[in-house]
Design a protein around this ligand. Structure first.
Ligand SMILES: *[C@@H]1O[C@H](CO)[C@@H](O)[C@H](O)[C@H]1NC(C)=O
Ligand SMILES: *[C@@H]1O[C@H](CO)[C@@H](O)[C@H](O)[C@H]1NC(C)=O
Ligand SMILES: *[C@@H]1O[C@H](CO)[C@@H](O)[C@H](O)[C@H]1NC(C)=O
Ligand SMILES: *[C@@H]1O[C@H](CO)[C@@H](O)[C@H](O)[C@H]1NC(C)=O
Length: 139
């Protein structure tokens, strides 16, 4: 019972994304994921989505051709035989996941704050709450 409450709480927290407050931040890129990032300019925030077939390149701080970017963002997955869903990137120790939709690869997302992707729950959660190989949970 206690465990269930803790897990529900964790899932609710992990799912929310932080708003970037640019007021006191230097101009630059913040909260970069593979497909979007927040840009602070003169204390104001804008959220940039990378165009189709591009992904965030953390060497140039811009969206770039996916073939120029290191994994996990730059790793293209063959989704042609995978059903619609979100999948852990095992090569990234499940710290990121990717989405397949209608046989097409939709890119990677990072799990926030040191969490890993739980394929059973299709959500990011703490390692201790996720079954192997992504986590360490044992019933
Ligand atoms: C953003 O940060 C500034 C100063 O750091 C603060 O005055 C302001 O209330 C914050 N805005 C929000 C929406 O939290
Ligand atoms: C993205 O890549 C796919 C597969 O290579 C291609 O079919 C599609 O036209 C591309 N879209 C853009 C906007 O380049
Ligand atoms: C850039 O991304 C690569 C691959 O994900 C990662 O290994 C590296 O630590 C990142 N560098 C920075 C400065 O975030
Ligand atoms: C991305 O790079 C690949 C391989 O170099 C190239 O074939 C493709 O045309 C590039 N796509 C874009 C949108 O520049």
């Amino acid at each position: 019972m206690d465990k269930l409450i803790v897990f529900t709480y964790v899932l609710a927290c992990v799912g929310t994304s932080n708003a970037v407050n640019c007021t006191a931040l230097p101009d630059g890129v913040y909260e970069a994921g593979c497909k979007s990032y927040a840009l602070c300019t003169d204390g104001r925030v804008s959220f940039i989505d990378c165009p189709e077939n591009t992904t965030f390149n953390n060497n140039t701080n811009q969206c770039d051709n996916i073939s120029n970017v290191l994994p996990p963002c730059g790793r293209v997955i063959d989704c042609s035989t995978k059903p619609y869903g979100r999948y852990p990137d095992y090569l990234d120790n499940c710290k990121s996941f990717y989405t397949c939709y209608a046989g097409e690869f939709q890119g990677h997302n990072f799990c926030p704050g040191g969490t890993v992707f739980d394929p059973l729950a299709s959500a990011c959660n703490w390692k201790f709450a996720v079954a192997p190989p992504c986590g360490t949970f044992t019933a």
